[in-house]
Design a binder for this molecule. Structure first.
Ligand code: PMP
Length: 404
């Protein structure tokens, strides 16, 4: 008997990405890869973490750091997060904060908390691949979150009812989105909120890249805008997901959720059932590092990544053939390239790999996989020189495809 035949029906929707095989080739040393989505390890705050771990494992702390702890998370870290949120217009108590194993776990819990089979999640088109993966496990229908466009709430609700459920939340990443790099204006954020009010649904604000701004002015988070309207976090429908992965280090798996207390209490139950708690020692280490170097470290990252982003935008301008367009992000990790309609990112990737350059074809970021003429370029892992060379190679591949 094959036990694989016994897998639950809902696992049918979980498919390995078809580009994964191709991206395995990235291990070759001479490939310039714009395919990743990860921070540059040269800029991990290694010394600060070494010190923090020493403190965590010292005589005074080890009985705590190596022990089980509360599912809600380490209180001093939650207090630091409350300060971070307050500086950004969100006044909340520790009871409004849950520490998660990265923001990815928060997305899973949010799917588990809200989505019955055939319920609708409104998402950006394209959106973060990991959110699609997390939500898909709960068998929802995905519909487009058209910020700023005129689709009446009752039409969206009707479509959801016809699909056999109701709209439960909109999910979006308003700052420097993965994959597009785009940032929503305050007016667009307010319109997402207004739509959520009209539909009476939750808003999931994925703020994974919030601190990585290299140009322009901060735009208040959706939660901060809602706080301005309602004055009380417990009256808010926005669920804010934060992460230390992009600012400090992803390997520790520490993220957080800020939301109304009844939402957090229910998520704490999911956390208890899921993994009891986020690793105590990691939370203690992140608390120390955040308190000692967060602002200064983020300033360094902004300078380094900001320069790389500029290098990539310059190289795109210098090398890309006519008909190719791209976003000009003010932060984050990605530039999103749109190719002439008849080109297919996945086919191009095969040719690009032969020329020793890699990217992620855009189709995977669309819930319907339908749009094929896009690609995501990461700029945080490559220095100026490699960006120049890599974009020149990529432009050649596109030029060749256009002329054939
Ligand atoms: N949201 C977005 C938009 C992301 O790009 C990522 C990581 N790629 C995550 C959430 C998850 O990050 P983590 O679990 O490491 O916090």
């Amino acid at each position: 008997m094959q036990t694989t035949d016994l897998f639950a029906k809902r696992t049918d929707a979980m498919k390995a990405s078809e580009i994964r095989e191709l991206l395995k080739l990235l291990d070759q040393p001479d490939i310039i890869s714009f395919a990743g989505g990860i921070p540059d390890p040269d800029y991990f705050p290694r010394e600060a973490f070494t010190q923090a771990m020493q403190i965590a494992l010292g005589q005074d702390m080890a009985a705590t750091s190596l022990q089980y702890a509360a599912s809600e998370g380490y209180a001093p870290l939650r207090a630091w997060i409350a300060g971070y949120m307050k500086e950004r217009g969100v006044d909340c108590d520790l009871d409004n904060i849950l520490i998660t194993a990265g923001s990815q776990q928060a997305l899973d819990y949010i799917g588990k908390l809200y989505l019955d089979k055939n319920d609708t999640a409104l998402i950006e088109w394209p959106t973060y691949l990991g959110a699609l993966g997390a939500f898909k496990a709960y068998e929802p229908i995905f519909d487009r979150l058209n910020a700023g466009e005129n689709r009446m709430p009752n039409e969206i609700a009707q479509t959801a009812a016809l699909a056999g459920g109701r709209v439960k939340f909109s999910y979006l990443s308003p700052d420097f989105a993965n994959p597009t790099g785009k940032t929503m204006s305050q007016a667009e954020r307010l319109s997402v909120l207004a739509q959520a009010e009209a539909l009476d649904i939750a808003v999931i604000e994925d703020a994974a890249y919030q601190s990585l701004r290299y140009a322009g002015d901060d735009v208040p988070s959706i939660l901060a805008l809602e706080m301005e309207q309602k004055g009380d976090i417990d009256a808010c429908r926005t669920i804010f997901c934060g992460s230390f992965s992009k600012t400090l280090a992803p390997g520790l798996r520490v993220g957080w959720v800020v939301a109304a207390k009844p939402v957090i209490s229910q998520m704490v139950l999911l956390k208890q059932a899921g993994d009891l708690q986020t690793a105590t020692i990691n939370q203690i280490a992140v608390n120390h590092v955040a308190r000692s170097v967060f602002d200064e470290h983020v300033t360094t990252l902004r300078a380094v990544y900001g320069a790389r982003l500029q290098a990539m935008l310059r190289a795109l301008k210098d090398y890309m053939p006519e008909g190719v367009t791209w976003t000009e992000p003010q932060g984050g990790m990605f530039v999103w390239v749109t190719l002439p309609k008849h080109l297919d990112g996945k086919l191009l990737l095969e040719q690009a790999l032969a020329q020793k350059v890699a990217f992620v074809p855009g189709a995977a970021f669309y819930a319907d996989g339908d749009t094929r003429n896009t690609m995501r370029l990461n700029f945080t892992m490559t220095d100026d020189q490699a960006i120049q060379t890599g974009i020149a190679r990529l432009a050649n591949v596109i030029q060749t495809a256009l002329s054939s």
